[in-house]
Design a protein around this ligand. Sequence first.
Ligand code: UDP
Length: 239
Amino acid sequence: MRVDVLGVGFDNLTMEEALDRGMELLHSPGAHYVATPNPEIVEICRENLAARQAVNGASLVLADGIGIIKGARILGTPLKARAPGIEFAAGLMARMAEKGLSLYLLGAKPGVAEAAGEKLTAKYPGLRIAGTRDGYFQEDGPVIEAIRESEADCVFVCLGAPKQELWMARHGEATGAHLLCGLGGSLDVFAGVVERAPKFWSDRGLEWFYRLCKDPRRAGRMMKLPLFLVHVWREKGRR
Ligand code: UDP
């Protein structure tokens, strides 16, 4: 049973459990996808039905940030742990490397996925990068075909939300991969283009603040955070 936070159902798993499940899905027939919503994405889902259906249609829905953990706790249905997308991706790649599985990197600006691929191959010996492609394409067909031809086991789809969730829901099956993971700006971090918040900040649930200081243009998007908490308190009153 999923934990409902404002219409988005989260799987109540520790990181280890999420990784076990991810590996199971990688070895199951058909295509499966993972979504890692943060409060901003939950707010998008409140207003956009197609986005909500795409996120809830994922085989694995992980709580990306501290905001979701706080929201679930306020609603009286706490989640075991947060499972940030980028850490889930790192854990998954370590396990995939042990099994010699292959990964396709889709998304970010031209050159970023390629640079990320080089760094990841060095970091996870055994992991095979089946292909890379930037996220600014006009037609889906050639991208789907390229992934299909690469015979990748897994695809990291990093197009930002809700574009990546809609893309995975619609085209996941056609790519031939068993697992697709929607991971926002992760390729920028893997490539070293964007820095992740130091542990000091993330341990205190202040990664969002660090990102805001580094890139004040995010301020508009971050207004969704307080709005999310207002909606959570309203929902608690309603329940
Ligand atoms: N992006 C893309 N295609 C698009 C729009 C965005 O590949 O049409 C990429 C963008 O370059 C960035 C990522 O998607 O690498 C979204 O990053 P953001 O910081 O918004 O994601 P977050 O991690 O905050 O969810």
